[in-house]
Design a protein around this ligand. Structure first.
Ligand code: MG
Length: 124
C-alpha cells in the first residue's frame, strides 16, 4: 500500500500493519474458521449496534457531551470494535481499504456537490 497523507486517507494508522496484527490474533486462536465474510459482517453490525446503544435515549445535546461522561471509554471501545471488524472483513475479502476510502470519498464529492448539498442533509 502507498503511504497515505491526503484527505480521505488513513495516515494516522497503517491499515496493512493493523490488518496483519488482527490476522495473527485470529490465526493464533484458530479463529479463521469463524471469520467468514458473513460472520465478520454480522459482527461489524453487532458492534455498530453496541455503539448506537450508548447514544440511545440521549438528547442531541447529551450526545455531543458523551465524551465528557463515564461512557467515554465505552464509546472508544465500541468505535474500535467497529473498526476491528471492518479491517478484518476487508482483509478477508481482499479489499484495499485505503483505495476504497479514497474512491468512496471521490464518489461522495461528485454526488454531494457543495452547490446542491450546502445546508441540506437530504440523500442524493
Ligand atoms: Mg463491543
Amino acid at each position: 500500500m502507498e503511504p497515505c497523507s491526503g484527505p480521505g486517507t488513513l495516515s494516522a494508522m497503517d491499515v496493512t500493519q493493523e490488518q496483519q496484527a488482527l490476522r495473527e490474533f485470529a490465526a493464533e486462536r484458530n479463529w479463521d474458521q469463524f471469520h467468514t465474510p458473513k460472520n465478520l459482517a454480522m459482527a461489524l453490525a453487532g458492534e455498530a449496534g453496541e455503539l448506537v446503544a450508548l447514544f440511545q435515549w440521549l438528547t442531541p445535546e447529551q450526545s455531543k457531551r458523551i465524551m465528557d461522561t463515564t461512557e467515554a471509554e465505552q464509546v472508544r471501545d465500541e468505535l474500535a470494535d467497529v473498526l476491528i471488524y471492518a479491517l478484518r472483513l476487508a482483509d478477508v475479502l481482499d479489499v484495499d481499504l485505503s483505495t476504497a476510502l479514497q474512491d468512496k470519498v471521490a464518489k461522495n464529492h461528485a454526488r454531494y456537490s457543495i452547490e446542491r448539498s450546502r445546508d441540506n442533509a437530504a440523500k442524493m
